[in-house]
Design a protein around this ligand. Sequence first.
Ligand code: FES
Length: 109
Amino acid sequence: MKDIKITITDRQGVKHQVDAPTDMNMNLMEVIRSYELAPEGTIGICGGMAMCASCQCYVQSDHPLPEMGQDEDLMLSEAFHVQDNSRLSCQIFITETLNGLEVELAPEA
Ligand code: FES
């Protein structure tokens, strides 16, 4: 199974191009954590349940993303630093259609 490339800009503005596996049922928050692109304890606090917004990111490329679920929508309506392109990275699962995705981590809330 093949990996896809994702470009992630960290909270210091540094871009990282990383490989993400499409066959491990991983979400984007887990990919960010596995490359340690945000300090432990500042991302993925709720474990990927769409209940904390610590994994918020801004989607900068034009990829077709899965629709926002009700939980994600609700969480983002209460979160800080929200922009039109905000998503919770824990709700974005890694699939081949996301090859070349570009995201930026939102500031720590
Ligand atoms: S990890 Fe908590 S909302 Fe994504």
